[in-house]
Design a protein around this ligand. Structure first.
Ligand code: ZN
Length: 385
């Protein structure tokens, strides 16, 4: 198609274009204007005295692929990174699709399909290599997923598992949590630090999701009597992360095809919601729990935090369970329920040798962490990393 094609008469009956709302950047307010389909790109006019912008067709992007029945569009462009353009008009959408065919739903589906084929080929190669080497294939695949894929799986799993709960965001509490996370991450000597979030959720729970992400609940922080106890639980969940237990569990539960869908941005879907339920309720094998515990004690030692915190936590929740049989099956004790057998692990915790240690957090930071849920944010307001 020649780029000199004149603007479509239907889109632009009087040369006035379609109504648009142009946002120059994140901090700048949007302005009203008109957009029309010029010879080489979308021409944006936001009033007298303002330069007329041209966003070239080849470098346009849409928030959503243009479907045949689209009535409006949200556009961005490599010509002006950070800016966005909202345009109303069915004809504008239809005619833009002719000029920038890469924006159509069909083109996007084709690209996704192509990526799906490439990823499937890589995964098959990994499976074959894994079998040849005599490894557990799912664990090997989990371990060989690129960081960004693990991140996407983790985001989707976390969102599905924490649905309906706000994220805690008191600044002093976040700073305290970051200090504790840093201290343990350094001891773990991992390439990228763990990403720990607290949710305003009365359930006593803590879990790791793919991509070195960990979720703690307000219920858990409320139950903890010392910062060392929180550090112990956190170190245990980091142990799961180091072993890629969440990645393995998600792949095992939803399968490769669904995981690829999630990685490609096909949405969480039912499959991942199930994976969330699985991670939250079934927990891991005893062997996996022992490995996570071993890491936990190593991390605590590396960070010079007493292992007694984890021990005390086990002893207390186990006692509560004994005093009130069945409590462990109540939703309030979720973490305990996914971490059997508590008595055996409490014993192991007690047996840990003592070493010089400093409190996981000073008194002031501990109070701040306890108050982290005095400010909450909606999940969608989470700042970009
Ligand atoms: Zn565990």
């Amino acid at each position: 198609m020649p780029p000199q094609m004149p603007p479509n008469a239907k889109t632009n009956p009087n040369g006035s274009g379609s109504y648009c709302r142009f946002t120059p950047g994140r901090s700048a307010p949007p302005v009203d204007g008109t957009a029309l389909l010029g010879p080489v790109g979308v021409e944006i006019d936001v009033g007298p005295g303002q330069p007329r912008r041209v966003w070239h067709y080849a470098v346009l992007k849409t928030a959503e692929p243009i479907r045949p029945n689209a009535i409006d569009l949200l556009l961005s462009s490599l010509d002006e990174p950070g800016a966005s353009l909202f345009v109303q008009g069915r004809d504008f959408a239809a005619n833009l699709k002719d000029r920038a065919p890469h924006l159509s739903a069909r083109a996007l589906a084709k690209r996704r399909w192509l990526w799906g084929v490439i990823i499937a080929a890589i995964l098959i190669a990994v499976i074959v290599a894994s079998f040849a080497a005599g490894w557990s294939p799912i664990k090997s695949i989990a371990g060989s997923l690129p960081g960004t894929w693990r991140q996407r799986l983790g985001d989707a799993a976390r969102e599905s598992m924490t649905e309906g709960h706000k994220q805690c965001a008191d600044p002093a509490g976040l700073a305290a949590l970051a200090r504790l996370t840093d201290r343990l991450s350094k001891a773990a000597a991992v390439a990228a630090p763990f990403n720990v979030r607290v949710y305003d959720w009365p359930l006593m729970n803590a879990f790791a999701v793919p991509g070195s992400q960990i979720v703690l609940t307000k219920g858990l922080i409320d139950t903890a009597e010392t910062p060392d106890e929180v550090a112990g639980v956190l170190a245990h969940e980091m142990g799961h992360g180091i072993e890629m237990h969440p990645e393995t569990a998600v792949l095992r539960s939803i399968g490769l095809a669904a995981a690829v869908q999630v990685i490609l941005g096909g949405g969480a879907g039912g499959g991942l919601a199930n994976a969330g339920v699985m991670l939250a309720q079934l927990g891991y094998s005893r062997g996996a729990e022992r490995k996570a515990d071993r890491h936990a004690y190593e991390l605590l030692k590396g960070a010079a935090i007493s292992p007694k915190g984890l021990a005390n936590f086990f002893i207390r929740v186990t006692k509560k369970e004994a005093e009130n049989p069945g409590a462990a099956n109540s939703p309030a004790f979720n973490w305990l329920r996914t971490h059997p057998p508590a008595a055996e692990r409490a014993k192991l915790a007690r047996e840990q040798p003592d070493y010089p240690a400093a409190p996981a957090l000073d008194a002031q930071s501990w109070q701040a962490l306890k108050s982290i849920c005095t400010t909450t944010i909606e999940p969608k307001d989470e700042p970009e990393k």
